[in-house]
Ligand binder design. Sequence first.
Ligand code: MN
Length: 331
Amino acid sequence: MFNSRIMERKDFIKKSVWGSLVAYVAGSFNNKVSAINRLATSNYRGVEGVLSPTNTHMVGNGFQVMNYFPNGKGFQERMSPFFLLDFNAEVNFPPSELSRGVGVHPHRGIETITFAYKGGVEHHDSKGNHGIINKGDIQWMTAGGGVLHKEYHEKNFDKNGGAFEMVQLWINLPKKHKMTPAKYQSIPHQTKPKHTLDGNMGVVHVVAGEYQGVKGIASTFSPVHMYDMHLNPGADFKFHLPAGYNSGILVVDGDINVNGHDAPENHYVQLKNEAGDIHIKASNKTTLLVLSGEPLNEPFVGYGPFVMNTEAEIHQAIEDYNQGKFGFLQD
Ligand code: MN
């Protein structure tokens, strides 16, 4: 999604009520090495912070999102390779004759992944890809060297209105894959490989990476684990993620306790980079998005819809876009 607020974001962080939390997490990043070196005093992976939902802003006229990875290098390095997490928590859209969403805009250097939890989203891009996602479906677009796309509410959803809930996640591409050809992976919910938790506790749908030997469906350009977890009331289980991977959990619906920390609906749990059990308890029907990735450890420059390694590459992206090298897409 095009985020024109990106350059104002430093001010946003200063003014934001949760700025102190962000500063806290960024500060913890500086202590990461000592945390990794420290001998684990328990078998539990530490919780670095539980971020509260923040103010929302509109992206286009179709997405009312909270941003959990505010700009400013601290957090984006902290969650590398994940670069942006926009969450449209459940809202009700009235019926509309107008189509609502975000018009044609470019991307380069990243992947944009859209998760539909409620409602429908339609995508078109300049490579000729087209997809509609509804409850549980994912569209995974690799912008790579450059693509134009537009993202709108699905037409019937526009007409009828209703509950709408979705996530858009950006994954930064490693330097060596920045200019890979654009591509599109359509991931209907029923195609996600799954692990069923014992005792009717729920299901872990494996989007990327691996869970208990079940391999995910999406291909990625750097090592990533990504789980769509649907838990039943009373779920109580443990799992692991690699100690050095930047890892977090978004509570989309319901509420959880993670290693003794309460995380209600619409909160985001940042885990420490250390080994240990991640012990989850859910008291209600709960949906989680679990993200874990190997940090890229490369310099990056983000400018609106482009994320590259140097400023010169950002200038090149703007020039290529202005010269029409990203292709054509009808608005
Ligand atoms: Mn976009």
